[in-house]
Design a protein around this ligand. Structure first.
Ligand code: GDP
Ligand code: MG
Length: 345
């Protein structure tokens, strides 16, 4: 099972490409496309809510293992630059840079674009990503792209195996009521193995539940390993009590205020004490106010690009997370919105 997200700037060919990789299944601010052939299952997400919504981008990426960054022949623009900064702050390890609309360009120009992008992304999370030129009009590169996705997918599958034995966690992205079955949720097991009859808890509200049954790609299964996209019928909870962003797990921390060790992107704008930021963890987001900024031993008034700080942040929305979760921060008032990553202290 391979899960990818297609991102990039507007009109870079994302939606057209997603439509060539699978069958459209549901639409919110992220649109999913499914493909299944033999033992190859691919879920493609088009982060349709982006660029209006930063959350749509982070949600899509956190539901996937591989990112496809689409760059058209016109090259980088502020939105694709913002995507690169987001991927780097998320330390997004697996991805492919897709040079789209190759039918409207020349081989030499594509080579130059690739060289330029390699230079720009040196030292970032995108450093070792593969590059491929594709056209959804002439179909150039389309078969190679599918092969490449599954090759990278095999690498991801190996890594996910190591997460099987950890305690199970599921990021929930949809919940609804099915007549005769009850509460059904869709989501991704980010670590651990889940089994039918497992008793778990929905965070942040801490409601107990039991997994009645598990489906993977519409097929009933008894258990699902780390990295699976699953549909779960749940017992003991109603669909109105669980929503996008919830974490189903056995133990999470729930908080509204945070003390975070944060690293600002070198490409971020500075921010000040008292500013409102947005934090993102898993599929959740929350506005938080910067209450204290500490640099080394000293309390300071502002945080500057490329530096590390301890931040005290205060919000009012409950967020569920675990110690090892990487938080991403955005300042929605800036043009380039992604500014930092951090870990709870
Ligand atoms: N010539 C050419 N046009 C393309 C290709 N892919 C997409 N387009 C066109 O580019 C425009 C934007 O595509 P779309 O998929 O909506 O881009 P998005 O905004 O990134 O989702 C549309 O008019 C597409 O028909 C391609 O490979 N070749
Ligand atoms: Mg689109």
């Amino acid at each position: 099972m391979t899960k990818i997200t297609i991102i990039g700037s507007e009109k870079s060919g994302k939606t057209t490409l997603a439509g060539k990789l699978g069958k459209k299944s549901n639409v919110t601010d992220i649109t999913m496309y499914d493909y299944a052939k033999n033992d190859r299952i691919l879920t493609t997400i088009d982060a349709t809510g982006y660029p209006a919504s930063v959350k749509a981008l982070v949600t899509a990426l956190n539901l996937s293992d591989i990112a496809l960054l689409c760059i058209p022949p016109t090259g980088l623009d502020p939105l694709s630059a913002e995507c690169i900064i987001a991927l780097d702050l998320m330390n997004y390890k697996h991805g492919i840079v897709v040079l789209t609309k190759s039918d409207t360009s020349y081989a030499i120009a594509q080579e130059e674009l690739q060289a330029k992008l390699k230079k720009i992304t040196a030292g970032t999370a995108l450093e070792n990503w593969d590059y491929i030129s594709v056209s959804t009009s002439s179909f150039e590169g389309m078969e190679e792209l599918k092969e490449l996705i599954f090759t990278v997918g095999d690498r991801v599958a190996e890594e996910l195996k190591e997460l099987d034995s950890l305690r199970p966690r599921i990021y929930i992205d949809q919940s609804f009521n099915v007549t005769g079955i009850g509460c059904v949720v869709l989501g991704v097991t980010t670590q651990g193995t889940i089994n039918a009859k497992d008793k778990m808890i929905a965070y942040p509200t801490k409601k107990e539940l039991e997994i009645r049954s598990i489906q993977m790609h519409d097929v009933d299964v008894k258990s699902a390993p780390a990295g699976s996209r699953v549909g779960l019928a749940l017992k003991g909870i109603q669909s109105k009590d669980i929503d996008r962003g919830f974490v189903v797990s056995q133990e999470e921390t729930v908080a509204t205020d945070f003390t975070m060790k944060c690293t600002l992107s070198p490409l971020a704008k500075e921010f000040n004490l008292g500013d409102m930021l947005h934090l993102y963890v898993g599929l959740q987001s929350a506005p938080v106010k910067v209450m204290e900024i500490t640099e080394g031993e000293n309390k300071v008034e502002k945080a500057s690009p490329g530096k590390e700080y301890i931040l005290k942040l205060s919000g009012s929305k409950e967020v569920a997370y675990s110690k090892e979760d990487r938080f991403i921060f955005a300042n929605l008032d800036e043009k380039q919105r992604f500014i930092a990553f951090g870990y709870e202290q």
